[in-house]
Design a protein around this ligand. Structure first.
Ligand code: 6R9
Length: 649
């Protein structure tokens, strides 16, 4: 926990532009400034009434007896109530007349388009629910999903929710060992995957990875395979079954299983500051209410919107803002399978034009990558359907914000920068469009029910413009409930760092008007292209290679990825280091996203006399900066000069 606040801080502190929403937008906004002020106050002063009102818009099979039961650090929301989130997302919307409305419009990387209405999606989910039950999956069980961005990913998630099984979605870019670890940690008996997913014209071999992972997952009994690529992978008799065969044989009738409000909905693994990823556990009722409300208000959602979130369902943004939040609201969700530059960097704008997308929610890394290619790509398309833009995953630098606003939004669309985390389940900080003006680079104001503050490590609350640690002082409905199988880690990581508050792990400051600017992680977690990676995970992968004795991984600011991975290693005696082999090894251990951009091979790493590696100095060296700070605690300060003089490979 020694990382200084990120280098973005300077640029952001000097940013003072304020962009007000257009009068046209403000006039029709779902939440006006007065609404926000009043509702925010109520949500903090009288959360029970505020949340009961929101929850009342959804269907519950049994009502709650109490809105919140808080025994720090454990919350129960809508105590005693029973509901089902898939029922609320599908049956409820069909019942209120949305059966023929498009729920999912999917575009494959190869240009294929498939559409599901709410009635069609419900029918598929019912069959999938019956199919999973047929494989012996019961309420309370876990099912692992390792899928590309295809409609079956959403169908499988909703089918799990419908029968009360928790899904654990593993991002398709993760490696065999990452998949196997997650299957074992969740003790899943069923894995749903595909033969492959299309990425830059290639079929990512998901089934082959699943087969390899299954060698080290003794509890796994079934692998269900969606035929995405027509590639005919080997199928193991008795264990593997095609998704389409399974669904063809499944019954069409299915009533959603009422589950307790606190029944587990999903586990999603995310990197922390220690080696092993944390299985963040979310439960049903509070998560449902949180994603429902935030999708509606943050995106100012309307009946005729075509809403596109470019995230992958393997990340929390895909869970909350591709699947649950938008479908609970009866929205039309666009889902895209592939890469943003396939066949070229105009792909996003081609999709916006073709499907008349009205709301676009993407990540700063994508914006910066596209921005680099020049304005010609977006300018070649008709983007006039867009009315709202969103950003998520990492701090957005003011330049990228302005470009997004100007070139993509035509200075017509508000940009909502949304800060939240896997753990928070739904958006926590943002400037509601139409209610308040945006300040580029600053996420903005707290969402309803979010009692945020900036504190010192000692728990002292800081005033305007002081940089410190972002904390949340009160429980909120969509908060994580625990770390799956490791409640001690939950208590320690989130409620044990600073007494009696939720510690987000981010550095931030708040200005005099209450706008929060989030600077980045203050722990040993990197944010590479909006994806969280633990430096210790990468270090363990590196030292597992025979040629590596010691490894220290740090982040380096990167114009496109936000941050990239720099690895300092010392070789194992008698071995020479092959950088290509090391990168391939990290890819195999974790996934391509964790591959070091630069590897610096050294004779020694900077260590204190007690043997602790001083990453602070490594970060300075990685960024090409002069060494700052007290080097006298180092065992051998001359190591720093030698490292700075070493070329990366
Ligand atoms: C939703 C998501 C969470 C971490 C978080 C922070 C960073 C996300 C941000 C942002 C600044 C924003 N982060 N959104 N930083 N401004 N708008 O990304 O979840 O993958 O768990 O990452 O991402 O550092 O702590 P997750």
């Amino acid at each position: 926990m020694t990382t200084p606040l990120s280098d973005h801080i300077d640029a952001m502190l000097h940013e003072d532009r304020v962009i007000a929403p257009s009068e046209a937008f403000a006039a029709q906004a779902r939440v006006t400034r007065e609404d926000y002020d009043r509702l925010y106050r109520q949500s903090i002063d009288d959360p029970q009434t505020f949340w009961a009102d929101v929850a009342g818009e959804l269907e519950w099979m049994t009502p709650w007896t109490q809105v919140l039961e808080w025994q720090e650090p454990h919350a129960q929301w809508f105590v005693g109530a029973q509901t089902n989130i898939a029922h609320n997302a599908l049956d409820r919307n069909v019942a209120r007349g949305l059966g023929d409305k498009r729920a999912i419009v999917w575009e494959g990387e190869d240009g294929e388009v498939r559409t599901y209405t709410y009635a069609e999606l419900l029918a598929e989910v019912k069959k999938a629910a019956n199919a999973l039950s047929g494989l012996g999956v019961q309420a309370g069980d876990r099912v692992t999903l390792y899928l590309p961005m295809i409609p079956e990913a959403a169908i499988a998630m909703l089918a799990c929710a419908r029968i009360g099984a928790a899904h654990s979605v593993v991002f398709g870019g993760f490696s065999v060992s990452a998949l196997s670890d997650r299957i074992n940690d969740a003790q899943s008996t069923v894995l749903i995957t595909a033969d492959g997913g299309l990425r830059r014209g290639n079929l990512v071999p998901l089934k082959a990875n699943a087969d390899e992972a299954a060698r080290t997952t003794p509890g796994l009994q079934h692998i269900v395979v969606v035929n995405r690529g027509g590639s005919n992978p080997p199928m193991q008799e008795g264990r593997d079954v095609w998704w389409h065969d399974l669904l063809a044989g499944a019954g069409e009738e299915h009533d959603a299983v009422p589950v307790d409000s606190e029944h587990p909905l999903f586990i999603l693994y995310t990197s922390g500051s220690t080696g092993k990823p944390k299985g963040v556990l979310h439960t049903t009722g509070g998560y449902m209410v949180g994603t429902y409300l935030t999708t509606r208000t943050v995106f100012d959602l309307r009946d005729d919107d075509v809403y596109w979130c470019t995230a992958d369902v393997g990340w929390v943004t895909g869970h909350s803002y591709i699947v649950y939040g938008p479908l609970l609201n009866g929205a039309t969700v666009l889902m895209y399978e592939g890469a943003p530059n396939q066949p070229d960097w105009g792909r996003f704008w081609d999709i916006v034009q073709k499907h008349r997308v009205t709301i676009l929610y993407t990540a700063p890394t994508a914006i910066r990558a596209i921005m680099r290619q020049g304005d010609a790509y977006p300018n070649a398309y008709d983007l006039s359907s867009l009315r709202l833009l969103g950003s998520v995953g990492e701090p957005i630098n003011p330049e990228a914000w302005m470009w997004y606003y100007r070139v993509i939004g035509g200075e017509r669309c508000p940009v909502v920068d949304t800060w939240w985390q896997t753990e928070t389940g739904s958006i926590m900080l943002t400037t509601l469009p139409g209610a308040y003006p945006s300040k580029p680079g600053s996420a903005g104001l707290p969402m309803f029910g979010v009692d945020a503050a900036i504190m010192t490590r000692e728990g002292q609350e800081l005033g305007p413009n002081d940089g410190g640690l972002l904390v949340i002082k009160k429980p909120w409905p969509s908060m994580l409930r625990t770390v799956y199988g490791d409640d001690a880690r939950y208590r320690k990581s989130y409620w044990g760092e600073i007494p009696h508050v939720y510690f987000a792990g981010d550095g931030a400051r708040r200005d005099a008007e209450g706008y929060y600017t989030v600077m980045g992680r203050v722990d040993d977690v990197l944010n590479v292209s909006g994806h969280r990676l633990g430096t210790m995970e990468i270090e363990s992968a590196l030292v597992a290679h025979p040629s590596v004795a010691e490894a220290a991984v740090v982040g380096r600011p990167d114009d496109v990825k936000g941050e990239c991975v720099v690895a300092f290693i010392t070789p194992q005696g008698g071995h020479t280091v092959d950088p290509a082999a090391l990168r391939a090894h990290v890819s195999k251990e974790i996934g391509a996203l964790a591959r070091p951009d630069a590897i610096i091979v050294a004779e020694a790493l900077p260590k204190t006399r007690s043997g602790k590696i001083m990453r602070r100095f490594l970060r300075q060296i990685a960024a090409g900066r002069a060494i700052e700070g007290d080097t006298s605690t180092l065992e051998d300060p001359s190591v720093l000069d030698r490292l700075a003089a070493t070329e990366a490979v």
